[in-house]
Structures are given as structure tokens and as C-alpha cells.
Design a protein around this ligand. Structure first.
Ligand code: ASP
Ligand code: MG
Length: 449
């Protein structure tokens, strides 16, 4: 296989400005196997759009935010060699941003919100196609909504895999023979053609879904770090990049808080055995992390992750003592409110659990209604201020000495909940948020230095 079919995804910082986009364009032009490019919105844009979609603001404030968006895009536009052919298209998109931002119902209609949120990717794909064309390659800007079918759960839409595959084979695949296709991450459309979004950070997921749908060999995730690190380098400077990771390890890391990859990214890769590469678009020569099905080695300890802002809920009822079905009732209520349970511990009359917290939305969703519902069957205590620390590795349940090494290292700290994963790849514990940086630093030293 001379040129493995590759999809390259560039994150927000990689397409933040013209110079950053040029780095990306060189990466694409330098690999003849790369036929599809997925871009995020330029850094900062989606945050502005989220403000417009969710915050009540005065007309002046709305104008200010729209201006900030215009400024970011115009700084890129002004450096384009062929600015004239792009300007009117960009202006159309900026007009759409304004129209939606000032729409009377923007704060109340989720379909309008998603339309607004999608604008960042729609603008950056337009700009990036122009920058890529400067590298003397044929490019086309492709509207991902033609292929990326989702349900209608605005804000966190779920992909419909069969439709995506069918559409991609019919509409996207034929294009890649003639041009390098540039398209939008994060964005989809439902059956009725309404614009949807996949949740914050969803562009990685888009890239993996498209890779699956067109049978690509490689999915590259270009970001601002030289790969996946042993832990977040902002926690400890001793963190170092990992040359290789298995699908399982990467999926655990993403799920348990490693920010480099959207948690769902590995699913399509696993289904179709697509190699995933993570590297820095600024320093591609430094290499990065290859995430593959089978690694050369399977060390017991591979990485450490931290997930912040965890909420612990304890439900208690004397009736639980001999009762059957109490857990089912509790989890039924949690499911009804679209929360998902993460760690669980039980005692005779009480159950404690933490809630999975994608994009830190639990605080929003764990609202009075959920608690009131739970209170119809039990006493409820909600505690905040926890972080979840996870050790990711291999054969953790069957190797001797794994847990003693971990727990000896953190014996000075109060661990609130300990959980061996239901697979052999993780051990997690809930700690006070004020301790988590120290705990990760100490464990990193013990396990990786
Ligand atoms: N632009 C979106 C976000 O900021 C999606 C992404 O960048 O992956 O969340
Ligand atoms: Mg991202």
C-alpha cells in the first residue's frame, strides 16, 4: 500500500490564523494519501458562538461578539493571495451569523442554536480551502451536512452510521479522486435537513466517522501538542508523549478526561481498524502518537488522566435493606434525565455514584427536577468538589502488585471512591479537587519517571 488513504483533521488552534493554516496546508500537500481534510472552527470562534446562542445579551453586546468573530475571520481573509474570490462567500456566512445571533428565538430554539454553532466550521473550511489552494493542489469545499446524518438531538446529536456510509460512498468518495476535499467537523444534519452539532470537541469524531464511511486507512488528528502524553503536561512538566497506544488505552484515556481526543473518536476506528495519529501541526517533524489495534508492548501502566468537576450523589433509604428493584428505580430516574452513571459503590442502605460529565454539563443537567424525582423514593445528598483520577494500562486486574503500587503512592490522601474498571484497562478513584494535581504528580513520578 503506497499511499494509505488518509483523513486529516485540524483542530481550532491549528486553524486559528493564516500562518497556522499554512502549516496545515503544507502537511496536507506533503502527503499524497490525504484526500479529505476536516477542520474545526478557528480557536475562539465556537466559544463566541456559544455565548451568542446561550447568554441573554443586549443588542450592543451581541454586536460586539459578532464583531469579534468578524475580526478573527478577516485577519485570515486579509492574508489570502486570492482574497477576492473568498470575500463575498465569507460575508454571506458572517451575515448568517448576525441574522441568527439577533434572532428573537435564538435562546429558546435548539435548532437555531445548532445552526449558529455550525458557522465556525463553515467559515474555517471556506478559509482553509483557499489556503490549501495556494499550495497548488486542487481543492473543494464540501458541505458535510450532505453526508453526516444524525438524529435530532441538537447540541449532542448522534450519528446515523448507515446513512452516513451510504451518503459518503455516493457523494464524498467520488470527489476525492479529483480534489482534496475540505469539510467541516462537528456539524451534521438530521433527516429533515436541519443542522445539528455533535457536542463540543466533536470534530475529531467527525473525522473518525468519515474515515469509517469511506474506508480510510488512517485518521490524523492534528492539534497543538506532539501526541498523546502520559498525562496532561499542564499538570506536571514531567509528562512525555507516547509513541504508541492501543485502541483500548486511547478510548479509556479519552473517556476519563484526556483532552486531546473527543471520547467517541475511537469507536469508528475500532470498528474498522483505522490507525489514528495524533501530532502537532506546528511541529509535524517531531512525530506523534500512533493509536493502533495491537501495540508492540502492553505495559501495566500507560498513562494517567484526570476528569474535573465530578459530582457524587448518595441516595439512601432504610427500605433498601430488603428491597429489590431500588437500584433499578434510581437508575431509571437518572436515565430519564439523560444522565449517565459512572462509578458506583453500594452499602446496606445507601448507594453512591458519580455522574459522567461530558463537556461539564452535569451541573446543568443535575437540576432540581432530577433531585426532586429521586427524593420521591429516597434521601438524596449531592456533593461537589471532586476530581476523578484514572490510571490507564493493561492487564490491571490480573497483574500482581498493580493496585498496591498505586495506593501506596497516594496513601497520604483521602480517596472517596475506588473503582476497578469493568475491563482490564483502568483503575479510577475519586479525590478532593484540591488534591488532584498533587496526586497525579506523585503517581506520575512513581509510575512513569
Ligand atoms: N468547534 C467545536 C468546538 O470548539 C468542535 C471542535 O473544535 O472539535 O467544540
Ligand atoms: Mg478538539
Amino acid at each position: 500500500m503506497s499511499n494509505p488513504l488518509t483523513i486529516a483533521k485540524f483542530g481550532g488552534t491549528s486553524v486559528a490564523n493564516y500562518a497556522a493554516m499554512q502549516n496545515c496546508a503544507r502537511i496536507v500537500a506533503g502527503n499524497p494519501g490525504t484526500r479529505i481534510v476536516v477542520v474545526s472552527a478557528a480557536a475562539g470562534i465556537t466559544n463566541h458562538l456559544v455565548d451568542l446562542a446561550h447568554k441573554a445579551m443586549t443588542q450592543d453586546q451581541i454586536s460586539e461578539v459578532c464583531q469579534a468573530i468578524t475580526d478573527i475571520e478577516y485577519r485570515i481573509l486579509n492574508e489570502l493571495k486570492d482574497k477576492d474570490s473568498v470575500e463575498s462567500k465569507l460575508n454571506d456566512l458572517l451575515d448568517e451569523v448576525k441574522k441568527l445571533a439577533f434572532h428573537e428565538e435564538i435562546l429558546h430554539r435548539n435548532d437555531l442554536k445548532d445552526n449558529l454553532l455550525s458557522m465556525g466550521e463553515r467559515m474555517s473550511s471556506l478559509m482553509f480551502s483557499a489556503v490549501l489552494a495556494e499550495q497548488n493542489v486542487t481543492t473543494m469545499n464540501f458541505d458535510v451536512r450532505k453526508v453526516l446524518r444524525t438524529d435530532s438531538e441538537f447540541g449532542c446529536a448522534a450519528p446515523q452510521l448507515e446513512a452516513i456510509r451510504e451518503n459518503a460512498q455516493a457523494l464524498l468518495k467520488p470527489e476525492i479522486d479529483n480534489a482534496i476535499v475540505v469539510t467541516q467537523g462537528f456539524v451534521g444534519a438530521d433527516d429533515e435537513g436541519r443542522t445539528t452539532t455533535l457536542g463540543r470537541g466533536g470534530s475529531d469524531f467527525t473525522a473518525a466517522l468519515l474515515a469509517e464511511a469511506i474506508d480510510a486507512d488512517v485518521c490524523e488528528i492534528w492539534t497543538d501538542v506532539t501526541g498523546v502524553y502520559t498525562t496532561d503536561p499542564r499538570i506536571t512538566a514531567a509528562a512525555h508523549p507516547l509513541p504508541e497506544l492501543s485502541f483500548e488505552e486511547a478510548a479509556e484515556m479519552a473517556t476519563f478526561g484526556a483532552k486531546v481526543l473527543h471520547p467517541a473518536t475511537m469507536e469508528p476506528a475500532v470498528r474498522k481498524d483505522i490507525k489514528v495519529f495524533v501530532g502537532s501541526s506546528k511541529e509535524p517533524e517531531k512525530g506523534g502518537t500512533w493509536i493502533v489495534k495491537d501495540c508492540e508492548n502492553e505495559p501495566p501502566f500507560r498513562a494517567l488522566t484526570r476528569r474535573k468537576e465530578q459530582v457524587m450523589v448518595t441516595v439512601k433509604t432504610p427500605k433498601m435493606m430488603y428491597a429489590q428493584g431500588f437500584l433499578q428505580q434510581v437508575f431509571g430516574i437518572i436515565a430519564k434525565h439523560k444522565l449517565s452513571v459512572d462509578l458506583v459503590t453500594t452499602s446496606e442502605i445507601s448507594v453512591s455514584f458519580t455522574l459522567d460529565n461530558p463537556a461539564n454539563s452535569v451541573a446543568q443537567r443535575l437540576n432540581r427536577e432530577t433531585i426532586a424525582d429521586l427524593e420521591t423514593i429516597c434521601d438524596v445528598k449531592v456533593e461537589h468538589g471532586f476530581d476523578l483520577v484514572t490510571v490507564v494500562g493493561n492487564h490491571m486486574q490480573t497483574s500482581k502488585g498493580v493496585s498496591s503500587r498505586i495506593f501506596a503512592a497516594v496513601s497520604d490522601f483521602n480517596l472517596r471512591m475506588i473503582c476497578f474498571g469493568a475491563n482490564p484497562h483502568n483503575i479510577s478513584f475519586l479525590v478532593n479537587e484540591s488534591d488532584s494535581t498533587e496526586i497525579v504528580t506523585i503517581l506520575h513520578k512513581e509510575l512513569f519517571e
